[in-house]
Design a binder for this molecule. Structure first.
Ligand SMILES: NC(=O)C1=CN([C@@H]2O[C@H](COP(=O)(O)OP(=O)(O)OC[C@H]3O[C@@H](n4cnc5c(N)ncnc54)[C@H](OP(=O)(O)O)[C@@H]3O)[C@@H](O)[C@H]2O)C=CC1
Ligand SMILES: O=C(O)C1=N[C@H](C(=O)O)C[C@H](O)C1
Length: 258
């Protein structure tokens, strides 16, 4: 069966790559795209562009909506898609806990699959999994995520997901000196359950993360680098295929890939 796919954010850095990936996959048919401004009638290959998700769904009937947009738009896109029975595959980051819970309830109510993947690259998923295992033995954790300077959310979705996975194995505790004080606010980064997350934004970067795990006289460093957005494409293909088989909300690709 050919899977009918729509993509939100087709002119973005990720969206462009995803459009090319879906078009060249013979098991998928790109039926439409959702843009914030319709300054073209059609994308190449006569793919219609919509600015209204409702109209896009009613007129082109996709099976799956791939969202690669912005934190301020993605939640509404996902809720609308689920309402229509269209399965979201979401790469966009910046969800609040409340939004994730609301989506989970919506998926349960509609019984329609939804995949939220903070990171589509296999290397990043492995890094998160290895960090989760390591933190059981080395519970002093600092996460340093580094991205291009056009990124709007901080910390990255990958860093948040990494810390959440580590929380499942690490005994909850504060780190550093009990009386430590910041001379400049923010110097110790964000504090998630005692773990510290530091966000670096620089031109020239794509997506990079280090997880530092300290112990007595030792340091374990786990590092992943995406040098090119091609690194995310096989995860998008897998998610489109997998979301068609599921009726639950899947948050993170570790349960699918590993
Ligand atoms: N899960 C993963 O593996 C990855 C996730 N990401 C995430 O994907 C998202 C996109 O990243 P990236 O491509 O770098 O960002 P870009 O800023 O390059 O692209 C975002 C695109 O979304 C469009 N857009 C904004 N609002 C809407 C809307 N309401 N409807 C439709 N389109 C809209 C923008 O159009 P305009 O500028 O005209 O408003 C723009 O073309 C981010 O949240 C990022 O964190 C990125 C890489 C990997
Ligand atoms: O904005 C990006 O570029 C990326 N966003 C995702 C995140 O927030 O973790 C995934 C990847 O790191 C690239």
């Amino acid at each position: 069966m050919v899977i009918k796919v729509a993509i939100a954010g087709p002119r973005g850095k990720m969206g462009k790559e995803a459009v090319a990936t879906v078009i060249k996959n013979e098991n998928f048919l790109l039926v439409s795209v959702l843009d914030s401004k319709k300054d073209m009638e059609c994308l190449g290959d006569n793919i219609p562009i919509f600015t209204s998700l409702n109209l896009l769904i009613e007129q082109t009937e996709p099976d799956v909506l791939v969202d690669l947009t912005v934190p301020s738009a993605v939640f509404e896109h996902a809720m609308t898609a689920l309402e229509y029975g269209v399965r979201p595959v979401i790469g966009t980051t910046g969800f609040t806990d409340l939004q994730l819970d609301t989506l989970r309830n919506k998926v349960e109510e509609r019984q329609v699959g939804c995949i939220i993947a903070p990171n589509f690259s296999i290397g990043a998923v492995l890094m998160m999994k290895f960090a989760q295992t390591a933190a059981k033995y080395l519970p002093n954790v600092e996460i340093i995520e580094m991205h291009h300077d056009q990124k709007v959310d901080a910390p990255s979705g990958t860093a948040i997901k990494t810390a959440q996975m580590i929380q499942q194995t690490r005994t909850s505790m504060e780190q550093g000196h009990p009386e430590e004080e910041e001379t400049i606010q923010g110097a110790r980064g964000a504090n998630m359950d005692g773990m510290h997350i530091h966000s670096v934004r620089l031109p020239g970067l794509v997506a990079h993360q280090q997880v530092l795990l300290g112990g007595e006289g030792q340091l374990l460093t786990l590092r992943h680098d995406s040098f090119d957005r091609a690194s995310f494409m096989s995860g998008i293909v897998l998610s489109i295929e997998e979301v068609m088989k599921r009726n639950i909300l899947t948050y993170g690709l570790e349960d699918i890939i590993l």
